[in-house]
Design a protein around this ligand. Structure first.
Ligand SMILES: [Zn+2]
Ligand SMILES: [Zn+2]
Length: 129
């Protein structure tokens, strides 16, 4: 029972950290959770993240040139990655949602997709000028 309670607290801590960071990697989540819960292990944090992703509580993002990142925002959106600073920006594109939902793939039952954009964010563009 005690382990159960600790488990719930750890899960909650992981989720709160996810909300406070911007598309963090598992290592970034671990580093932050570890500040508050020094006893938590890297394996536990990684396991909790995996379980959240499987349960559909969060999204696991497999972006190019990056370790897997985690996103607690479950509403439909896409990601734009800055080649300069590596930051990942949320993009809400209802036109793309409409287009993709109307697509049918030949001989394939599709249950998901990823779409990634690359470029420079405002901050990095300014730095170049
Ligand atoms: Zn940038
Ligand atoms: Zn996102």
């Amino acid at each position: 029972m005690a382990a159960e309670v600790r488990n719930t607290k750890q899960k909650q801590a992981v989720y709160e950290v996810l909300l406070s960071l911007d598309h963090p990697t598992a290592t970034e989540v671990f580093d932050r959770v570890h500040e508050t819960y020094p006893s938590i292990s890297r394996g536990t944090v990684f396991r909790v993240l995996g379980a959240f992703a499987r349960d559909g509580k969060i999204r696991k993002l497999q972006l190019s040139d990056s370790d897997d990142r985690y996103d607690p925002r479950m509403t439909a959106h896409y990601h734009a990655r800055c080649r300069g600073c590596g930051r990942v920006y949320d993009q809400f594109l209802p036109d793309v949602d409409r287009l993709l939902s109307g697509l049918s793939l030949k001989g394939f039952a599709c249950d998901g997709h990823e779409l990634e954009f690359f470029g420079s964010c405002e901050n990095c563009k300014k730095g170049d000028e």
